[in-house]
Unconditional design. Structure first.
Ligand code: CP
Ligand code: NVA
Length: 309
């Protein structure tokens, strides 16, 4: 049994195995309908329990499709409808029940501590479907998307992030270390990642550079990533933060500093960090990016269920 909590804690060879499996599975489904099950039906009879303590469109739907296409099923449970944390039911008791009824647990939460506690108490795998410190399923899928579009190993590309130092960036930083790619980060000085993230970069000698000028970060980029300046449940003065990012908007002028065939990626939902022109323009591959969540999460499930060799 393997958990999928944070890219930084998963061996690079396992991450590569997941991507390779996703490539094969995606190729084999070319003429399949949405709910057709993969020929090998590898997770037949398995139940993935999902719990979202925060909003989600893509993660929810893509995990639904992922487990269905592997032959299993899913159920969504809501924290406010459970006894968890109230009525005499501890997290450990809930974990025991989830492990009794289900085969895997996908959790989106505002608490990294909760994921850690569940990971210790469950006897089934847990998948982090977004936490304050990371969004690993999104970023692994994005690595897949980059290699699919660019037809090259990501280690040969200049990857750029322009935006807030949030959970998605933390996972991209972990990916940069695991997959050895160059990462240029553009953000205002006071919005650099937290100390523990800067420490990983130092410890693993990541090829990661910070720029407080978006144009410098974008220079020569093969791929530009971004995400909302205000994340879900971000407890900041929104007006001030958005104002502080005003010179970091990804617009036609800014992508002019990148390579001509630069790819723009964004996990969605979006805000003022990207212009409509770029988001809906020819360099943007955001819809393929969203669709690939299904393919990569299938292979993440395979990994967690011990089915990847
Ligand atoms: N990108 C992403 O995780 O989207 P949702 O919040 O809709 O799941
Ligand atoms: N950084 C964003 C990602 C949403 C998918 C958030 O945490 O809200």
């Amino acid at each position: 049994m393997k958990h999928f909590i944070n890219l930084k804690d998963i061996p690079a060879k396992d991450l590569r195995k997941i991507i390779d499996d996703a490539k094969k599975r995606k190729r084999k489904r070319k003429s399949f309908n949405t709910l057709d099950v993969d020929k090998d039906n590898p997770l037949k009879g398995k139940l993935l329990i999902q719990m979202f303590e925060k909003a989600s469109s893509r993660t929810r739907l893509s995990f639904y499709l992922a487990i269905k296409q592997l032959g299993g099923g899913t159920i969504n449970i809501k924290a406010n409808e459970l006894h968890l944390g109230k009525g005499g039911e501890s997290l450990a008791d809930t974990a025991k029940i989830l492990s009794t009824y289900g085969d895997g647990f996908m959790l989106r939460t505002d608490s990294d501590k909760k994921i850690e506690e569940f990971s210790k108490a469950l006897t089934i795998p847990i998948i982090n479907g977004l936490s304050p410190s990371s969004h690993p399923t999104q970023v692994l899928s994005d690595i897949f998307t980059v290699e699919e579009i660019k037809k090259k190993s990501i280690s040969k590309l200049n990857i750029c992030w322009i935006g807030d130092s949030n959970n998605v960036l933390n996972s991209l930083i972990a990916a940069s270390i695991k997959f050895s790619f160059k990462l240029s980060i553009g953000c205002p000085k006071k919005y650099k990642p937290k100390k523990f993230v800067l420490e990983w970069i130092k410890k693993y000698k990541g090829n990661i550079n910070f720029y407080h000028d978006a144009k410098k970060a974008a220079r020569n980029a093969d791929v530009i990533f971004s995400d909302k300046v205000i994340s879900l449940n971000d407890k900041v003065n929104k007006t001030i933060k958005i104002k502080n990012f005003k010179n970091f908007q990804i617009n036609t002028k800014l992508i002019g500093f990148a390579k001509k065939d630069v790819t723009f990626l964004h996990c969605l939902p979006r805000g003022s960090e990207v212009s409509d022109e770029v988001f809906l323009g020819k360099n943007s591959k955001v819809w393929i990016q969203a669709l690939n969540r299904v393919h990569v999460q299938k292979s993440i499930l395979m990994y967690c269920f011990g089915k990847l060799r």
